[in-house]
Design a protein around this ligand. Structure first.
Ligand code: SF4
Length: 561
């Protein structure tokens, strides 16, 4: 009888909901895509892109080293943006148009080279990051598929790795095995790419001979590419695997981590790159404003039309660019998961806290929670340690990763650190951090047109700027159009930053009683001071390279002849 009543109630509820238009009859279903199978590896090329060429070159080496054919798609340009608009949905954010259009553009170029559409669909796949979440990043996969269908490449395969999917996302049959070796390789590639990139940006404005940094960077990247390509993943010896039986998988997992932590595979190669960078002669007495780049992940990373070629423009205008490493984003993601666990403690759906006298059950729940957080904290510490090892191997020129807890503390009063999507509270926090710590004269935030999280943080930045009066902060909306306007706004803010850098340099000369000529003469007599790996300590209150150098020269002159 009860069942009968339940069924009738259910039927009536369904009828009423349908009558009220509350039932969506035709749900969207993700199209079933032809799988990329292991046996296709020899004839299918994996395409990927979206970062800087330095990151991509090393990622390509990781793919090639594990036996894949792999090609980097070129940096997106305005034409790619137009194609993204033509074939994608309306109302998307700027990076969606650029990246989606870029893939279509590349496939069209293959067609122009004589391949048929079917050959392209069969012989290529695209590899990209996927996510779910409040911003449009969660829609990228669907956008790729839509634009591919609209441009005549229906059936072209898009392979996703989930940002939050952990260190193993593949099954044995998959064409692309996303296992621990693969992820460690990619993380190493990203970290080395980050640090090589930052070192080059730190040296270029001061190089005595134009173009030398880029020449050395090219050589270093070619060399690292080979090191990454030739690297063989660590494996448990066959005899040992047999001996360990059911424990062999765990032992292999641990062994791979230990090998990674020992760091003896990449560090000698990085030290060799450090030594070649050290041959670039630099002049630290050039007064340059430091411009910290923040903003949306893709817009602050790409080196092309997607951010109006902003890094090149700033360098040509006489700035020292402080780029944002991808490592910060990885640390942010780990940090946010830890926060989520802490916030959700005891609030899991359907969970009820056992009564107080069930001490054992309560202790078990507490232990489970602490274990989850401890694992993530360990991941956080390992990642940071690995990154800093690379920074140190490359001479300590690049910055260490910014502490996420400090960023949260700085940003939270202005932007709720639990508000996800895009860069969340990071944009606001970095602005305060780099200004307060004397690390940048100016913060330039590149914010894509149509980006909801960036628009939100823009609102909060007005409050930040009114609280920190000396801050030079400029948000620029990046789009496929409007480059001249954006550059002119940057020039104006940069004028202020240049002034700040000049005053600070003059102040350093006044305080130390030195003149520029005296400094130059001292450097000429001590050629080690022209070497990039020579350590110049930071002086409190001095931001620029030149001002810090003058303070250091004064100290050195007092102690060394
Ligand atoms: S953060 Fe903004 S620009 Fe980036 S994917 Fe999300 S909505 Fe688009």
């Amino acid at each position: 009888m009860t069942d009968e009543i339940t069924l009738r109630l259910e039927a009536e509820r369904k009828r009423l909901r349908e009558a009220a238009g509350l039932v969506q009859i035709n749900h969207f279903r993700k199209p079933i895509e032809r799988a990329f199978k292991a046996e296709e590896r020899d004839r299918v090329t994996i395409l990927f892109g979206g970062l800087t060429w330095k990151h991509e070159k090393l990622i390509q080496a990781v793919f090639q080293g594990t036996g894949y054919k792999c090609v980097m798609v070129p940096t997106p340009d305005v034409n790619a943006f137009q194609l993204g608009k033509e074939f994608g949905n309306n109302g998307q954010c700027n990076p969606t148009y650029f990246t989606v259009g870029n893939l279509v553009q590349y496939l069209q170029s293959l067609e122009e080279q004589g391949l048929s559409k079917q050959e392209i669909i069969d012989q290529y796949v695209f590899f990209t990051a996927g996510a779910c979440g409040p911003c449009r990043f969660g829609m990228y996969e669907a956008e790729y598929r839509l634009a591919l269908r609209n441009s005549g490449f229906e059936g072209f395969r898009v392979l996703l790795f989930q940002q939050s999917g952990g260190l193993s996302q593949s099954d044995a049959e998959a064409g692309l095995e996303m296992n621990l070796d693969f992820f460690l390789g990619i993380l190493n590639a990203l970290n080395c790419g980050d640090v090589m990139n930052e070192v080059a940006y730190a040296l270029r404005p001061f190089e005595a001979h134009a173009g030398e940094t880029d020449r050395v960077l090219d050589e270093g990247m070619d060399y690292l590419h080979e090191v990454f390509r030739k690297k063989q993943p660590w494996k448990l010896e066959e005899g040992m695997a047999k001996y360990l039986g059911g424990f062999s998988d765990t032992a292999e997992y641990v062994g791979k981590f230990v090998k990674q932590l020992k760091g003896d595979e990449y560090l000698p190669a990085l030290e060799q790159c450090r030594d070649t960078f050290n041959n670039v002669e630099i002049d630290r007495l050039r007064v340059k404003p430091i411009v910290k780049i923040t903003g949306e992940f893709w817009a602050q990373t790409t080196e092309g039309d997607g951010n109006f070629n902003m890094f090149n423009f700033l360098q040509k205008e006489g700035a020292q660019v402080l780029v944002e490493p991808i490592g910060t984003w990885i640390m942010y993601m780990i940090h946010q998961v830890i926060q989520k666990y802490k916030d959700m403690k005891g609030l899991e759906e359907g969970a009820t806290l056992p009564p107080i006298w069930k001490i054992g059950t309560r202790a078990k729940i507490e232990f489970g929670f602490r274990q989850k957080v401890a694992k993530l904290k360990l991941a956080e510490a390992i990642f940071k340690g690995e990154y800093h090892k690379i920074v140190d191997a490359l001479g300590g020129v690049a910055h260490h990763l910014t502490d996420q807890y400090e960023l949260q503390r700085l940003g939270h009063p202005f932007y709720n650190s639990r508000a996800g999507g895009g860069e969340g509270h990071l944009e606001v926090a970095k602005n305060i951090y780099y200004t307060n710590k004397d690390l940048a004269h100016m913060v330039l935030s590149v914010k894509p047109f149509g980006c909801m999280p960036s628009t939100q943080s823009d609102g909060a930045q007005s409050a930040v700027v009114s609280n920190y009066k000396d801050m030079i902060y400029l948000p620029i909306e990046t789009s496929g159009e409007g480059e001249i306007n954006a550059h002119s706004r940057v020039q104006m803010a940069l004028g202020e930053a240049k002034n700040k850098a000049k005053l600070e340099f003059q102040d350093a000369l006044n305080k130390t009683g030195l003149t520029l000529e005296r400094c130059q003469a001292y450097v000429a007599a001590h050629p080690e001071l022209k070497r990039p790996m020579y350590k110049v300590p930071h002086t409190k209150g001095a931001i620029g390279t030149a001002a810090n150098f003058v303070h250091h020269l004064a100290d050195r002159m007092r102690t060394v002849n």
